[in-house]
Design a protein around this ligand. Structure first.
Ligand SMILES: [Fe+2]
Length: 204
């Protein structure tokens, strides 16, 4: 995707992340540092201003459950992507993991709860189970500037408060290239899918 005319703060973030990848260091370290770099990008007032132009239609952008993402950038060499997600007031994501991918979820505007869950010890998300009971382990209220660092197979959800939440998401690879789990508390079933639909959009 074209990146020449993106916001400067996004360009800087991409350069930093590309440098981290070029150093061939451990993925955990790459994404820990990128989490700090994304916090820098979130401080850019031009990002907040630009986010007001991000579309909330088609309706799958911002609905309950399986949200679609805007796709701003896909790196041609290292494969990481920059997405955005806009959720309506009180909207809830599913309880899900992001499969083998690494994710940084940065809040641009709004407010929400970030939740974590675990399965019983004999069930491993990596095995793509058909059934699993999940238990909530933490719930934190977060706002603009917060970056949630989601490691591979970590089970989580985001529940909006009473306003829309706008987030920039950085993923180690584009949705559609890996499988992930959705956990349904109503009957303990688990569904596998290939993640949110990607809707290209220009950040600049
Ligand atoms: Fe997620």
């Amino acid at each position: 995707m074209e990146k020449n005319k993106m916001l400067l703060s996004a360009e800087m973030f991409i350069l930093k992340l590309r440098k981290l990848f070029s150093e061939n260091i451990d993925e955990d370290k790459i994404w820990s540092q990128a989490s700090v770099d994304l916090q820098e990008m979130l401080k850019d007032p031009k990002l907040l201003k630009h986010s007001k132009s991000w579309p909330t239609s088609p309706a799958k952008l911002g609905l309950e459950g399986k949200h679609a993402n805007l796709l701003f950038y896909e790196d041609p060499d290292y494969g990481f992507v920059i997405n955005a997600l806009i959720k309506k007031p009180s909207a809830k994501t599913t309880i899900h993991d992001h499969g083998k991918s690494w994710t940084l979820y940065g809040v641009v505007a709004g407010g929400e709860q970030v939740l974590r869950f675990e399965t019983s010890k004999d069930i491993n998300p990596i095995d793509l189970p058909a059934e699993a009971k999940v238990k909530e382990t933490s719930r934190v209220n977060v706002g603009p500037g917060y970056v949630d660092f989601i490691k591979p197979w970590e089970i989580h959800a985001e529940y909006n408060l009473d306003e829309p939440t706008v987030a920039v998401i950085v993923r180690s690879q584009r949705c559609g290239t890996y499988i992930q789990n959705i956990y349904y508390k109503k009957d303990d079933s688990v569904e596998q899918y290939y993640g949110p639909e990607q809707i290209p959009f220009h950040l600049g």
